[in-house]
Ligand binder design. Structure first.
Ligand SMILES: Nc1ncnc2c1ncn2[C@@H]1O[C@H](COP(=O)(O)OP(=O)(O)OP(=O)(O)O)[C@@H](O)[C@H]1O
Length: 310
């Protein structure tokens, strides 16, 4: 298990990671989401001992990364693409990593096969495409057969086929009982890959929940209503517990009531409607909207877009 407690990293003038608490458990894909600059890479670097927290801690099976006896066998990580010498072949890159971590050369062939690079294993890694380089980075992460794996934006720059391959790989690794921690700024991709989600914004925890629950809460349905009697309708709908927001001259965005109920309430009060339409936000839109509100980020805040928009 990876466990962050009050994990904090301050750079001069920037609080990159701000008192984060979360866990990554075995057997699940935990998605780590946040917009660019939210602090995901900094958090991952601290997990892998490449950066030191200014406060708090992050432990791997109860130990700091620097205290692990067999780091590569405990946690494997893909932190940045192209972390290899361009003049070296893929096989030689992995062989040298294996040698310095007391891992058998046989395992190198296994991971090359796992990531589909066997046929190009003797080619210089510098000639690899972005997708092949990404696969080589993943092969290095898998080398120690570790029960915990961490991937920083592994689908960045990949084509749809590469994205699907990574999704299936991560799901398969979790099904084997491994704990997977994977960062992304793409909500829709994570919705298909992760079982659990940790969302951060400006270094702070915004949500830490089951993916199913996150989707339920955030794929918010709203209703767009147009009426010449907007003021009357707003008063009436709020008596029925709805939340309303004015969208343009005569439009209203209503949450908290079914579209049919809104129509019936307006009808029984004799209010004419010019438009009544159910609108469902995509998860990506919901996520972006959640992120735009980040001035008021508070730790452990429950995520409820409908409430946010009130
Ligand atoms: N070495 C550094 N020195 C100073 N500031 C830094 C350093 N590394 C990161 N930061 C700042 O910390 C914040 C978090 O950056 P980080 O790279 O962790 O975010 P991220 O969520 O991974 O973003 P991205 O998706 O763009 O990689 C940013 O404001 C960034 O500018």
């Amino acid at each position: 298990m990876i466990e962050a407690r009050g994990l904090t990293k301050a750079y001069e003038g920037t609080l990159a990671v701000d008192h984060l608490d979360f866990q990554v458990v075995e057997g699940k894909v935990t998605g780590f989401l946040g917009p660019n600059g939210a602090g995901k890479s900094t958090t991952m670097r601290m997990i892998m001992g490449l950066d030191h927290p200014t406060d708090g801690s992050v432990l791997i099976n109860g130990q700091r990364f620097s205290d692990l006896k067999n780091p590569l066998r405990t946690i494997g990580g893909l932190l940045e693409a192209k972390a290899y010498h361009p003049g070296r072949s893929a096989r030689n890159h992995l062989l040298s990593l294996a040698a310095s971590n007391h891992i058998s050369p046989q395992r190198v062939d296994e991971v090359l096969d796992l990531v589909g690079l066997t046929s190009v294993a003797n080619r210089r890694a510098g000639t690899f495409s972005l997708g092949m380089g990404q696969r080589l980075g993943i092969a290095a992460a898998l080398l120690g057969d570790a029960p915990l794996l961490l991937f920083d934006e592994p689908v960045n720059g990949l084509d749809p086929e590469g994205i699907l391959w990574i999704r299936n790989l991560l799901r398969g690794l979790a099904a084997e009982g491994r704990g997977i921690f994977v960062s992304s700024h793409l909500m829709s991709e994570m919705a298909l890959t992760a079982d659990h989600v940790v969302v951060i914004g400006r270094g702070k925890l915004v949500a830490d929940t089951d993916m199913a629950n996150f989707i339920d809460t955030n794929s918010g349905r709203t209703t767009l209503v147009r009426t010449p009697k907007r003021t009357e309708l707003v008063a009436l709908l709020s008596q029925h517990g709805a939340t309303t927001a004015e969208v343009d001259e005569d439009g209203l965005q209503v949450t908290g009531l079914e579209t049919a109920a809104i129509g019936e309430i307006a009808f029984s009060a004799g209010i004419v409607l010019h438009e009544l339409a159910s609108v469902s936000a995509s998860l990506e839109e919901a996520f972006m909207s959640l992120m735009q509100d980040d001035v008021e980020f508070q730790s452990h805040r429950s995520v409820n877009l409908q409430g946010e928009r009130a």
